[in-house]
Write a protein that binds this ligand. Structure first.
Ligand code: FMN
Length: 207
């Protein structure tokens, strides 16, 4: 039997993308996001207007979308309540965010130079997409940012040999389902975001 439920969140299970973007001082910012959908070589990213990533994308019109495998769940979670924006919105402060200008070090990830855009790629991500921002529009307090893939880098470990396709058996994306992390369909760890957003995560918070 169905009930009418005023759902607060519609995160039904989407891959986690680590977005690299260029800060005003030329360093690379890195932020996890999962509100992304794809159409051919185009993608739409749903990003909060106050995030450093949004500001960087609108100013520089470029980014790298690094697709996170499930094995990077701990690294991604370390970024969950960090922002590269020195000025925190009242909402972010209340949610427990703090300013962190060195996201790669904070996450324990390795910067790898890009070829067509300025922000670094994430070496540990087997799929890295260098992108140009082609448009954006406001949605509520967020922005829908349209990006076009300029160049895709695919590690041989997830490529179907001799083809231009990713091997679906080898590629195991980190999935954000509501506010918990999943990989291969299995529960991994709760996201710190669940605590910050006071979401009823299904997985026990370790600490
Ligand atoms: C797994 C995960 C998924 C997230 N998905 C989104 C998202 O789709 N859109 C968004 O605006 N923020 C999302 N966030 C929150 C951003 O990472 C957060 O706003 C962060 O401050 C952005 O960093 P920045 O301010 O340095 O850009 C997500 C966080 C996590 C941990």
């Amino acid at each position: 039997m169905h009930s009418v439920v005023p759902l607060k969140v519609h995160y039904y299970g989407t891959p986690v993308v680590l977005v690299s973007s260029t800060n005003p001082d030329g360093s690379t910012n890195l932020a996890p996001m999962s509100s992304a959908w794809w159409l051919g070589q185009e993608a739409m990213l749903g990003l909060g207007a106050s995030s450093r990533t949004t500001q960087n994308l609108l100013r520089t019109e470029e980014c790298v979308l690094n697709l996170a495998p499930s094995t990077l769940v701990d690294h991604v979670d370390r970024l969950a309540l960090l922002t590269g924006a020195p000025e925190l919105s009242e909402h972010k402060r209340a949610t427990g965010y703090r300013y962190e200008p060195r996201k790669f070090e904070a996450a324990g990830l390795t910067p790898q130079p890009s070829e067509l855009v300025r922000p670094d790629r994430v070496l540990e991500c087997p799929i890295q997409l260098e992108c140009r921002v082609t448009g954006h529009l406001p949605i509520d307090s967020a922005r829908a940012i349209h990006v076009t893939v300029l160049r895709a880098h695919v590690d041989s470990s997830v490529r179907m040999l001799g083809t231009d396709y990713v091997d679906p058996l080898a590629w195991d994306p980190l999935i954000m389902k509501f506010c918990d992390f999943f990989g291969s369909g299995d529960a991994l760890i709760p996201s710190r975001l669940a605590a910050g957003w006071q979401m009823p995560g299904r997985l026990e918070q370790a600490s």
